[in-house]
Design a protein around this ligand. Structure first.
Ligand SMILES: [Cu+2]
Length: 189
């Protein structure tokens, strides 16, 4: 009776997925599907980075634990980073976090019509985890300097089809809003 195991497993998977989505909802700017992956883009306030050793030695509770990839941009870097621009990458079918993906990321300012309005900047992609949250919190990106404005963010995973996001970085605090807010048609502005 192999089929009997399928129902409960599926139900557990679905509820775990929903709980995960709810917990992260406040910080998720946009989600896109690209090839075999679901990519969640987050634009957060700049975050401190720590090595595994520092996390252990200094009993760090909050921040980013560096797992690999490019050099992290420190919060007090000369470039004055104001945002933590990162993506979580999940297997589209299983929902599992990708922990060893090759991710590229760039962002460029765009005007109101979505046309490029400045030079694209490549993000040196750090592979990191949230301190204490383990491999399933794996994400990719870095602290960046993103003055208030609209940006197109282009992400590739393992050389696949790019995921393209358009986001608004509202100010230095890191507060953001999705660009395509749905408003009722009859709303009075
Ligand atoms: Cu991070």
């Amino acid at each position: 009776m192999r089929n009997h195991s399928r129902g409960p497993w599926l139900a557990a998977f679905v509820s775990a997925t929903l709980i995960g989505a709810a917990a992260n909802a406040a910080n998720v700017v946009q989600t896109k599907t690209a090839g075999a992956y679901r990519i969640e883009l987050n634009v957060l306030p700049a975050e401190p980075f720590f090595s595994k050793q520092e996390v252990a030695d200094k009993h760090v509770q909050n921040g980013m634990e560096v797992e690999g990839g490019a050099a992290p941009v420190a919060m007090d870097a000369a470039t004055h980073p104001n945002h933590h621009l990162v993506v979580h990458v999940f297997d589209k079918k299983t929902g599992k976090a990708e922990t060893g993906a090759a991710v590229t990321m760039s962002f460029e300012p765009v005007d109101r019509k979505g046309k490029p309005a400045g030079a694209a900047q490549q993000v040196p992609v750090v592979i990191m985890q949230a301190v204490g949250k383990g491999p399933r919190s794996t994400h990719y990106g870095n602290n960046v300097t993103m003055p208030a404005g609209r940006y197109r963010v282009t992400v590739t995973v393992n050389g696949g089809k790019p995921g393209v996001f358009v986001v608004s970085a509202s100010d230095a605090s890191g507060a953001t809003a999705p660009m395509k807010m749905k408003m009722p048609m009859n709303m009075k502005m």
